[in-house]
Design a binder for this molecule. Sequence first.
Ligand SMILES: [Zn+2]
Length: 101
Amino acid sequence: MDFGEARRIRVAAGSCAICGREADRQDHSHELKLPRDRLCHQCNVGLGFFRDDPRLLQEAARYVVFHRRLAASMTRHARDMAAKPVPERLAAAMAWAIEQE
Ligand SMILES: [Zn+2]
């Protein structure tokens, strides 16, 4: 489902046009001085914090995805290391330390 269709469903239900939670704010464009859709407080404030700039909002989304993947990778690595016998963990740590020199 594309954003336009998802938005229409959320707006028709009286929900936040972005996240679908309860809408309690009327959003408007500061630039054009026109009303937009109803949003929840968090989404409305979020747009303001990102200066209503699509480029910044997309970069913020990429930032969050990047760090989620990094954390998942670190968690997998830690789990893999914890599953190894202690001598193998020590050998891996020594190899890593030598690489850093
Ligand atoms: Zn919302």
